[in-house]
Design a protein around this ligand. Structure first.
Ligand code: GAR
Length: 197
């Protein structure tokens, strides 16, 4: 038992909102054969539902302001204190400071709710993306899982999955389809790419 735990990679999830991805990841990595565990949820909004979700699942939470997150010693100190190996962004809406990207190079990933490079960049997050996709009359959209680099939404792409957008779909319909793809793939891709099983 102790041996398995020692070999597990330790994941910190960064999230800002509802936390459906964070919840999926926590649950997936509770299965010991998946080779990792979520040991910390970092959130920048004290009222975000992700905090309760993580707590309910027994994961320690840390609320950090934008200033805290940009404070090198504080931020890296929190991650070191929890011996974090991998950083996973799951609906995290602040810029990630360069020192964090550098420290976790190739060990920090993000999920974006579109087929990057389409609908990426400033202001493109969550519902804004789905609204833009519907307004543009796209016939398909999807998810992109990618390494995080200094250029927003431009890190090396690890995986994409597609879904059809029907002419009658509202942004809320598209969001549901995207969440389904996220649930289906995010944890599995992290495992395949970063856990090395
Ligand atoms: C997810 O769809 C995620 O892909 C997106 O925010 C949503 C968060 O949902 N991320 C971005 O837009 C990042 N640019 P959740 O809080 O329920 O996981």
């Amino acid at each position: 038992m102790t041996m398995v735990r020692d070999m597990n990679k330790r994941i910190a999830v960064f999230a800002s909102g509802n936390g459906s991805n964070a919840e999926n990841l926590i649950k997936y990595f509770k299965e010991s054969s998946h080779g990792a565990e979520v040991v910390l949820a970092v959130c920048n909004r004290p009222d975000a539902p992700v905090i309760e979700k993580a707590k309910r699942l027994g994961v320690e939470t840390c609320i950090m302001t934008r200033a805290d997150i940009n404070d090198r010693d504080l931020m890296l100190g929190v991650l070191e204190q929890h011996s974090v190996d991998i950083v996973v962004l799951a609906g995290f809406l602040l810029m990630v400071p360069p020192f964090l990207i550098e420290r976790y190079r190739d060990r920090i990933v993000n999920i974006h709710p579109s087929l990057l490079p389409k609908y990426g960049g400033k202001g493109m997050y969550g519902a804004n993306v789905h609204k833009a996709v519907v307004e543009a009359g796209e016939t398909e959209t999807g998810i992109t899982i990618h390494f995080v680099s200094e250029n927003y939404d431009e890190g090396r792409i690890i995986f994409q999955a597609r879904t059809a957008v029907d002419p009658s779909d509202t942004p809320a319909d598209v969001e549901r389809k995207i969440h389904q793809l996220e649930r289906q793939h995010y944890a599995q891709i992290i495992r395949d790419t970063l856990i090395g099983l």
